[in-house]
Design a protein around this ligand. Sequence first.
Ligand SMILES: Cc1cc2nc3c(=O)[nH]c(=O)nc-3n(C[C@H](O)[C@H](O)[C@H](O)COP(=O)(O)OP(=O)(O)OC[C@H]3O[C@@H](n4cnc5c(N)ncnc54)[C@H](O)[C@@H]3O)c2cc1C
Length: 458
Amino acid sequence: MRHRNADLVVVGGGLAGVAAALEAADGGTSVLLLEKMAELGGSSALSGGCLAFAGTDLQQAQAIEDSDDLLFSDLREVGAFENDEHIVRAYVAHQLDTYQWLRRQGVEFSPVIEVSSGQSVPRVHTVDPADVVRLLARRARATGRVEILTGMSVRRLLRDSTGERVEGVRAEGGSEVLSVASRHGVILASGGFSRNPQLIHRFAPGYDKCLLLGGEGNVGDGLRMAWQLGADVRDMPYIKGTFGKHPVDMANLNALLAVYKGAIAVNQDGQRFVDESISYKLLGDACMRQPDGCAYQILDQAIFEEGENRVRIVDFERRLEDGLMIKADTLEQLAARIEVPREALRRTVAEYNGFVDAGSDPQFGRRHLVHKHGALCRIERPPFYAFPSTTAIFGTYCGLCVDARMRVIDVFGAPIAGLFAAGEVVGGLHGGAYMTGSALGKAAIFGRIAARTATGGA
Ligand SMILES: Cc1cc2nc3c(=O)[nH]c(=O)nc-3n(C[C@H](O)[C@H](O)[C@H](O)COP(=O)(O)OP(=O)(O)OC[C@H]3O[C@@H](n4cnc5c(N)ncnc54)[C@H](O)[C@@H]3O)c2cc1C
């Protein structure tokens, strides 16, 4: 076994890990970041690249009025008030600063600001997420204080002789075993466990048939290592899949959310089954209850034109080019192509258009395009489109109890000395459902908070 020393160990090289490493290094701390896979990135690099920020210059440029208060109330509301108010406050208090920090690092945001799950106003800020991880890792290395070892899987947290304080890790890579002593302790940034079917089954047995996506290394290592030390967890019952994933295409992992632009969702019988404006986690549940766990998002040309090819979750054109979006001149032809009863689809769309005209949807109570944003629109202008959609688990969005400073909290409510966590391994922010962009947001925001706390800078 090889022994090493570091000021701080960061476990995992997704967005949370690289943000934490860079923040700590900028404060003068030397960091060893250990990533189990051959490359950095985790789920962050695979993601849609949407981050939820409020009150930014990009929003202001488009006259979008947003604020900390609105972000806070949206996060609480979409989380069904099951989330931890202190953690939500921590996100809100540090979000704008983190957005500006990312800009200062050279992160490029698309000028287009979209609206999505759980948002009252457009606040999806889009990046190329793999580029961002690479950029922050490059910046971290350039400080001369961050060493990154890939192919090194952390297996256990090490404590001091009293057993009270975390002061290092044991890691393995190939035939090498590494023991690292860490003066400032350890930040777990090891992501969730969306690629661990056994753990998913334990907490969310209803999702056995769901597609499980995300970074290959995301099997819950950090969670289990912290459990061993008595860490508490939260939000576990709220693991949910995301609606809008194409059932078979694996080239484009991201969901498509035409419903938030005005599409309706119908099942194989041609029937609507849900208020399409709700969080896509809740849409995911509703979709799973339909025959074969599948549905179609139905849109017309006017809605199609609302797509935006710079934002993956509403890039309709790309899905059409890839042959995933089904197109037909009439609703009847569309129904035939997706093998939905023609008369049922025609009636469903006619009924929905009637609800739009009347300003009320007595069937499912849809009032907006998404959350509290946007007026409903008729589906009437040919050609028509159908996007086959199912539910997939992209992330677990639950996990370790932390306080607002990202100290991991044990089952009796006390911080575990020397142990910090950030990103998807952390519970408490999302609660009962999910706001688009808050998972990548929390990776960057909480990564930086954890680094400052660990190094005494907070
Ligand atoms: C297809 C897809 C689309 C998504 N789209 C969005 C989106 O648009 N907006 C949004 O907010 N969220 C999105 N998410 C969720 C979001 O990407 C994640 O929640 C977020 O990236 C988590 O960041 P992280 O740094 O905590 O974890 P990750 O980026 O997953 O990084 C964790 C890293 O830790 C490593 N690791 C694990 N165990 C160990 C160990 N024992 N030792 C060493 N290393 C270890 C992993 O290999 C991984 O590289 C999406 C997820 C997916 C899969």
